[in-house]
Design a protein around this ligand. Sequence first.
Ligand code: IDP
Ligand code: MG
Length: 139
Amino acid sequence: MSGNRTFTMLKPDAIENGHMGKIIDMIIQAGFSIKAMKFTRLTKEQAKKFYEVHAERPFYSELVEYMTSGPIVAAILEKENAVADFRTLIGATDPAEAAEGTIRKYYAESKGRNAIHGSDSDENADIEGKFYFTPAEIF
Ligand code: IDP
Ligand code: MG
């Protein structure tokens, strides 16, 4: 994905709370173009695998429960400097610490139920995108 792509998920709380359209609009208005998108639901096994790096953290089982509690939207996004710019757009993990105007500031419920995921590196963007999409599904 060579530095201009990132991966996102609109998490179950965002869908449940009716924020899907507004969040997608914020993403597009911020200059990202959608290269793949899927409305789906993670199985327990998939959620465990996706968040494997957090397996030893105390919130891991809560995170897996939450991420499998309802549908999500997975997407691959393109923009110059995609990973860093998207992390800026979504804001800090905890909405209490997220900057004004960020997606998590507007829409996250809590540090755990925080509305949206954004990849933290080009390498992870690539891995995470391939976790959801086959090459034929990516534009
Ligand atoms: P990030 O999503 O901002 O990169 P990470 O530290 O990678 O944050 O954590 C992954 C996800 O795990 C968070 O987005 C959040 O949903 C959940 N999480 C992180 N820290 C906590 C916590 O202290 N309590 C509950 N859930 C947490
Ligand atoms: Mg992270």
